[in-house]
Design a protein around this ligand. Structure first.
Ligand SMILES: Cc1cc2nc3c(=O)[nH]c(=O)nc-3n(C[C@H](O)[C@H](O)[C@H](O)COP(=O)(O)O)c2cc1C
Length: 316
């Protein structure tokens, strides 16, 4: 089930996932106007005041016909801005809060207090159970092949396990690149798809033109899964590792621990010049404006539904 507040004006059943350094107000506004849920990480602004400026910009641009938006909060002891950012989130009654790394009841209660919805990122059933105990409304199943901090479990395996004990909203993530992929996610039992990498290759994404071009030039074989960059396993474009003098086959650095305050540092190399992407890159052939991309996704979704209905008839 999709929570009622998020189902309003939703014309494509998916969320454009929050992406560090990539998602900003332009991407969020265009996505919501196209009828899909737009999101951004609060940490994409360097200060809490900057975060609130972005919320003001987004709220002023969105109207009664547009889909809802959300923000991503990194719930980790090294994120020293969490409390201040949460106060701003509550003040603005942000419709959707996506929590990553930690699922904390206080954060969930604060969002529920104003009628908001909380979805939480997980990569395995153990994390899913912990988030369920914290009272989240939905779970984002970040499966193998996803951009960013991906898991390593097959989407069907993870979905089927989580479905057995979690009755809330299920959002499936990991290399969803086309409308067919989102249709398949719904067919497998998810309520919503979650697309990151595909939205980097849009006019509105705040990504370097060289990054967008690299998405066009690469395929799944060019993705390296490593914990050497941020201390947590994530998928990166191999050519960007090589361009930064890193050997993708080298031993991992077990001493590198995640530190969000370090990642906030504008000089931080990780993520800025070492570019993350999921295995879905092989489906990206051009940079499109968000409106055009979502319209294409809707057509692909509808045609996949028709093809499936016709194939299913053959077996009934
Ligand atoms: C460049 C990049 C940055 C990301 N940054 C974040 C982030 O800050 N917070 C977060 O929750 N997820 C982040 N993710 C993960 C996405 O939200 C999403 O789970 C993932 O992109 C979905 O897989 P896909 O890229 O294969 O579609 C990031 C992904 C990418 C590609």
């Amino acid at each position: 089930m999709i929570p009622t507040s998020l189902a309003r004006n939703l014309r494509f059943p998916a969320i454009a996932a929050p992406m560090f350094l990539v998602s900003g107000p332009e991407l969020v506004i265009s996505t919501c106007k196209a009828g899909m849920i737009g999101t951004f990480p609060a940490l994409n602004q360097r200060t809490t005041e900057g975060y609130e400026d972005w919320l003001n910009t987004i709220e002023a641009a969105l109207g009664d016909q547009d889909a809802s938006f959300g923000v991503n909060m990194i719930v980790h002891p090294t994120n020293s801005r969490l409390l201040a950012d949460m106060q701003v989130t509550v003040k603005h009654k942000v419709p959707l809060v996506i929590t990553s790394l930690g699922a904390v009841k206080d954060v969930v209660d604060a969002v529920h207090g104003y009628g908001g919805v909380v979805f939480h990122d997980i990569i395995n059933a153990r994390h899913a159970r912990k988030a369920m105990e914290a009272g989240v409304d939905g779970l984002i199943l970040v499966s193998a092949g996803a951009g960013g901090h991906a898991g390593n479990q097959h989407p069907f395996a993870l979905l089927n396990e989580v479905r057995q004990f979690f009755k809330g909203t299920i959002i499936l993530s990991g290399a969803l690149s086309t409308g067919q992929d989102v249709a398949a996610a719904l067919m497998a039992g998810a309520d919503l798809g979650y697309m990151g990498t595909r939205f980097i290759a849009t006019t509105e994404a705040q990504a370097d033109p060289g990054y967008k071009q690299m998405l066009i030039d690469t395929t799944a074989k060019d993705i390296t899964y490593t914990d050497a960059i941020s201390g947590i396993n994530a998928n990166f474009l191999t050519p960007s590792l090589v361009a930064n003098g890193l050997d993708p086959t080298a031993a991992k650095d077990p001493h590198h621990k995640i530190d969000m305050d370090e990642e906030l540092n504008p000089e931080a190399k990780a993520w800025k010049t070492i570019w993350s992407a999921g295995q879905g890159v092989g489906s990206i052939h051009e940079v499109l404006p968000v409106a055009e991309l979502v319209s294409r996704l809707q057509q692909e979704f509808n045609s996949a539904a028709q093809v499936f209905a016709s194939k299913a008839r053959d077996f009934n």
